[in-house]
Design a protein around this ligand. Structure first.
Ligand SMILES: [Ca+2]
Ligand SMILES: [Ca+2]
Length: 251
């Protein structure tokens, strides 16, 4: 079995593609480790596997990953980008990393305790339909977090999940659990896709959206607001997705 823990000069690692799990603390405190390629044979990454790898900037998690333990990337203060492919994001998994934007895909069911707390560069989070639980302090002390979209599938948000997130607005759906949570915790709440600010989502919002359809040089903030499928373009796909959402609400 490998053991690189506290190996301070290791900078690039390619893991052989027969390995099925990365064991506990395997690369903990490898201070020079910048890049790592994890093969698709890996299905488990155990607790603490990469914690305090302060030079690690980018990691691609394998598609077949089924388990990402607690504290796996805790304290990876250079880690800016990660793709998430698992059902449960372990406690403290990405705590104190440099992640700026994160999209939590519909495959994820749970976001663990303090999973993204103290991510000081984190600005935008999109939680897709599928996620059910956001545990205590999951995004606590993300001081620059300005927007989080919470889908209707989320029915439980723990204590202090957004503690000390002074810039935060929660975007969600009218009547959703997220709206109640925001109100109870005095966090600003905005109805998602309410482009004309009438506190409702309806046909009049689609009219506003048409203005940005296939435009060049659209500012990033506008794209973020109107880009329903997160492909960085406002196109006919986004409009048809919103139409579907609108029809669902009418019926
Ligand atoms: Ca509206
Ligand atoms: Ca789009």
């Amino acid at each position: 079995m490998f053991a690189f823990g506290r190996c301070t000069s290791l900078d690039n690692v390619i893991i052989p593609n027969k390995l099925t799990s990365i064991s506990q603390s395997m690369f903990n405190s490898c201070l020079s480790l910048k890049n790592i390629t994890i093969p698709n044979s890996v299905t488990r990454i155990e607790n603490d596997a990469f914690s305090d790898c302060t030079s690690l900037t980018n990691i691609t998690l394998p598609e077949n990953l089924i388990y990402l333990g607690g504290e796996v990337f805790w304290g990876c203060t250079s880690l800016k980008k990660v793709n998430i492919t698992i059902e449960v994001i372990g406690a403290y998994a990405f705590n104190s990393t440099a992640i700026e934007n994160i999209n939590i895909p519909s495959t994820v069911k749970e976001i663990g305790h303090s999973a993204f707390a103290y991510c000081l560069n984190l600005k935008n989070v999109n939680i897709q339909n599928g996620v059910e639980i956001i545990y205590d302090y999951a995004f606590a002390n993300c001081e620059n977090l300005s927007s989080i979209t919470i889908s209707e599938s989320v029915t439980n948000i723990g204590e202090g999940a957004f503690r000390a997130c002074g810039q935060l607005t929660i975007y969600g759906y009218k009547g959703s659990y997220a709206e109640t949570y925001a109100n109870n915790n005095k966090i600003p709440f905005k109805v998602k896709y309410d482009f004309n600010d009438d506190d409702n989502f309806g046909v009049s919002d689609l009219v506003v959206m048409y203005k940005y359809f296939n435009q060049r040089n659209t500012p990033k903030e506008i794209i973020r607001e109107f880009d329903v499928n997160n492909d960085n373009v406002i196109s006919v796909i986004d409009i048809s997705l919103l139409k579907r959402l609108f029809l669902k609400d009418v019926i």
